[in-house]
Design a protein around this ligand. Structure first.
Ligand SMILES: Nc1ncnc2c1ncn2[C@@H]1O[C@H](COP(=O)(O)OP(=O)(O)O)[C@@H](O)[C@H]1O
Ligand SMILES: [Mg+2]
Length: 360
C-alpha cells in the first residue's frame, strides 16, 4: 500500500518561490514506489488548487504552478471541495506535508485547518507553530524555560503611538545601542533593522510597524550564528551544528535569498562543551513551544563561549541546500530518509491523538 502524501506549497507569501523550490526537491526525492504524491498549490492570490496525483517526477518549477482548472477552492470549503474524495477511500490523502514558510503557513493557520479536517500532517501543531512565529511569545516561553537569550522589550502599535518618545527612552535605558527592531510575526529578516542611534531607532520602529501591530526590540549580541536541527515528537533528537557566516552587517533578507553568498559551515567548529550546551538548549526550546516533528534552533555563541538562543523556526528552509537538511545529511540522514522520517513522525503523532478521549 502506497502512502498518499499531499504537498501544500506556494502560498500568498514572500517565500512563494522558495516554497516552490522546496516542493520540487521533495517530489523528486520521494520514492514513487512508496508514495503517491498529491500536489496542492496555493497561488499568489491565496487560492488553493489541487492537482492530480503525479505519475512521474517533475523537472521544472513552473510545472508546479498549477493552473486554475475550476479546482480553485477557498480554504473554508476545503473538506468538501479540495478533498472531495476524503470520505471515499480511493483518493483519500493519508498525510500532508505543508511546505510553507512564514505567515499563513508556518504560523498555525494551515495547521488549524488540517486539525479540523482531521488529516495527519508533518511538523508542528497549532500552538507550537503560532508560538514560534510570534517572537515575543516565543521569547517569553524561552524566558520561562530558563533559556539564556538577548534582553528584549516589546510594544504594540497603539501603546507606542501614545508616546513614541517614551518608547525610545525605554529602549535606550533597557537595551542601549546597537539594538535590533523586528516585527513580532514575520520571518526572512523582513522589516528588521539594526539601530546604532536614536535616528535609526525611530526609523526602525516606523518600518517594523508597517509589517505588524507588535514589535520586539532586542539588545545587539556580538557572536557567531550557530544553528542546530531537531526532529522528533516527545523524545526529540539533535543534529550536528552549523554556522552561518554572513558577509554583511547581519543575516538579512538579501543575504538569505538573493545573494546566496552566505557561507554555511557544517559542522561548525565549536567545543564539545559548547555543543552539549546548545543541544540541551535546543531540546528545551523545542519543549518550551511544545514542538513536534521538526524545528531549527538558532543561537548566538559569544566570544567567551556563552550560548544565547535567538529563535526557533517551526518550518525551517527545507530545500536540499538549506541548513536543516544539510545538518541532517552531515549527521547521517539523507534528504529522502529525512522526509520519510518526518512523515512517520506525523502519522505517529496523529495515531497518538486518536487515543485521546473526547467525551467523559
Ligand atoms: N539580538 C540580535 N543581536 C545580533 N544580531 C541579531 C539579533 N537579532 C537578529 N540578529 C541578526 O538578524 C538576523 C535575522 O534576525 P532573526 O531574529 O533571526 O529574524 P528572522 O526570523 O527573520 O530570521 C539574524 O540571523 C542575525 O544575523
Ligand atoms: Mg532567523
Amino acid at each position: 500500500m502506497k502512502t498518499k502524501l499531499g504537498l501544500i506549497y506556494g502560498g500568498k507569501s514572500a517565500e512563494h518561490n522558495v516554497s516552490l523550490r522546496t516542493a520540487l526537491a521533495v517530489i523528486n526525492a520521494l520514492d514513487m514506489n512508496k508514495f503517491d504524491i498529491h500536489p496542492i498549490y496555493i497561488n499568489e492570490n491565496g487560492e488553493w488548487i489541487r492537482g492530480n496525483a503525479l505519475d512521474a517526477p517533475v523537472k521544472e518549477v513552473s510545472t508546479l504552478k498549477l493552473q486554475d482548472t475550476g479546482n480553485t477552492v477557498s480554504p473554508v470549503s476545503l473538506n468538501a471541495e479540495l478533498f472531495p474524495a476524503q470520505t471515499e477511500q480511493q483518493d483519500k490523502i493519508d498525510v500532508i506535508f505543508p511546505l510553507l514558510h512564514g505567515p499563513n503557513g508556518e504560523d498555525g493557520t494551515v495547521q488549524g485547518l488540517l486539525e479540523l479536517l482531521n488529516i495527519p500532517y508533518v511538523g508542528n501543531g497549532v500552538l507550537a507553530s503560532a508560538a514560534g512565529m510570534d517572537k515575543v511569545v516565543m521569547k517569553n516561553l524561552f524566558a520561562q524555560a530558563g533559556l539564556a537569550q538577548a534582553n528584549y522589550v516589546s510594544y504594540i502599535k497603539s501603546d507606542y503611538e501614545k508616546s513614541p518618545e517614551d518608547a525610545y527612552k525605554q529602549v535606550e535605558e533597557a537595551l542601549g545601542y546597537p539594538c535590533f527592531v523586528k516585527p513580532a510575526n514575520l520571518g526572512s529578516s523582513v522589516g528588521i533593522n539594526k539601530c546604532k542611534d536614536r535616528q535609526s531607532l525611530e526609523q526602525a520602529f516606523r518600518e517594523a510597524f508597517e509589517f505588524d501591530r507588535k514589535v520586539i526590540i532586542e539588545e545587539g549580541i556580538v557572536g557567531r550564528e550557530i544553528e542546530i536541527a531537531v526532529i522528533g515528537n516527545d523524545d526529540p533528537s539533535c543534529s550536528v551544528v552549523g554556522e552561518i557566516a554572513p558577509k554583511k552587517e547581519f543575516y538579512d533578507y538579501k543575504a538569505k535569498y538573493e545573494d546566496g553568498d552566505t557561507d554555511l559551515i557544517i559542522p561548525a567548529d565549536i567545543t564539545e562543551a559548547e555543543y552539549e550546551t546548545i543541544k540541551e538548549m535546543a531540546i528545551k526550546s523545542f519543549k518550551a513551544i511544545d514542538g513536534s516533528g521538526l524545528v531549527r534552533a538558532d543561537f548566538f555563541l559569544t566570544e567567551d563561549g556563552k550560548a544565547l538562543i535567538n529563535e526557533v523556526n517551526t518550518m525551517p528552509g527545507f530545500t536540499p541546500v538549506s541548513m536543516f537538511p544539510l545538518l541532517w545529511k552531515e549527521t547521517g540522514i539523507e534528504y529522502p530518509q529525512l522526509i520519510e522520517k518526518l512523515v512517520d513522525l506525523a502519522l505517529q503523532r496523529f495515531d497518538q491523538k486518536q487515543q485521546i478521549k473526547h467525551t467523559f
